[in-house]
Write a protein that binds this ligand. Structure first.
Ligand code: IPE
Ligand code: IPE
Ligand code: MG
Ligand code: MG
Ligand code: MG
Length: 293
């Protein structure tokens, strides 16, 4: 198990539970809670904290931002499992949100979690300069919308059962998964008012980590055991998903992911000791491909 991942997950969940408890009652809260808890590795929050170490950013602030990111992520999973998308019945070792609450409620609970992310970022509990907050809110909107998750998910579905070239698959995966990771790794640089160049560099590193994460998720889907993974595996082939595995085969995809990790490690090497945790997280991401088999 990766050092600190459990603690980060616990702290993020603690914040989110409290935040949801303070919400005025609505019929959607149950489904929202169900989509958020329990489970979820909180790997995106981990990237935030790891990058935060490089920039020396306050832990509690990053936990709040991570909570917002996890709301966006949980929303994307609820919608990803819908019958009109991947039609998955199991998520995080339990029936998917739409199986439990019905499709309409799942759609609306997903929408509500997406909205909640921005409520959290704009909350006064997150003590940052207004200018910084505006940047964080704008960037997260871009990651969630048509240029990010939603746009990537659209392509993922549009590409089903088609022959899609390498570049287009990578671009789709960067949008649906990479962007949000890129956000997480660049947030500390934004908070510390770093140069545009540095912010962009960290965004690019994060996007590549997200791409690696998605490729490993695809490898796990191909070879993994449903019981261990907590969601149904061997679904991508069935749905005709365009993945690097469907294009290159399993072995060549493993080789590509090994090349990608070297590229990422090279980029973070110059940050020395402070990038140790980030380095460990990246190694953990790749190691999941073997451990989950
Ligand atoms: C699953 O994400 C969806 C992908 C982007 C591959 P995670 O594997 O981070 O899901 P949880 O939060 O741990 O359940
Ligand atoms: C989902 O990718 C990516 C998202 C942005 C939600 P997948 O469809 O491969 O995720 P799983 O395997 O269902 O978790
Ligand atoms: Mg999907
Ligand atoms: Mg899916
Ligand atoms: Mg998958």
């Amino acid at each position: 198990m990766l050092k600190n991942l459990n603690k980060i997950a616990k702290d993020t969940n603690f914040f989110l539970r409290k935040y949801l408890k303070k919400q005025k009652y609505s019929g959607l809260l149950n489904a929202m809670n169900y989509g958020l808890f329990p489970g979820g590795k909180k790997i995106r929050s981990k990237i935030l904290i790891d990058a935060g170490k490089i920039f020396n950013v306050n832990y509690s602030k990053l936990i709040i931002i991570g909570a917002a990111v996890e709301c966006v992520h949980a929303y994307s999973l609820i919608h990803d499992d819908l019958p009109s998308m991947d039609n998955d019945l199991i998520r995080r070792e339990k029936p998917s949100t739409h199986v439990k609450f019905g499709e309409a409620t799942a759609i609306l609970a997903g929408n509500s979690l997406l909205a909640l992310a921005f409520e959290i970022l704009s909350d006064k509990k997150l003590n940052l300069k207004v200018k910084t907050k505006n940047i964080l809110i704008k960037k997260l909107s871009k990651c969630a919308g048509h240029a990010g998750i939603a746009g990537g998910q659209f392509l993922d579905l549009y590409f089903e059962k088609k022959n899609i070239p390498f570049k287009k698959i990578v671009n789709m995966q960067l949008k649906k998964t990479g962007k949000l990771f890129g956000y997480c790794s660049s947030v500390p640089a934004i908070i510390k008012n770093s140069s545009e160049k540095k912010i962009n560099a960290f965004e690019a590193i994060g996007s590549d980590i997200g791409l690696l994460f998605q490729i490993v998720d695809d490898l796990i889907d191909y070879k993994g055991d449903s019981k261990k993974v907590g969601k149904k595996t061997k679904k991508d082939i069935k749905l005709g998903k365009a993945t690097l595995i469907s294009l290159l085969g399993y072995k060549k995809t493993v080789i590509y992911s090994e090349k990608l990790i070297i590229k990422i490690q090279k980029k973070i090497m110059k940050y020395g000791k402070q990038s140790k945790d980030l380095k460990e997280t990246i190694n953990y991401i790749l190691s999941r491909a073997n451990e989950q088999l």
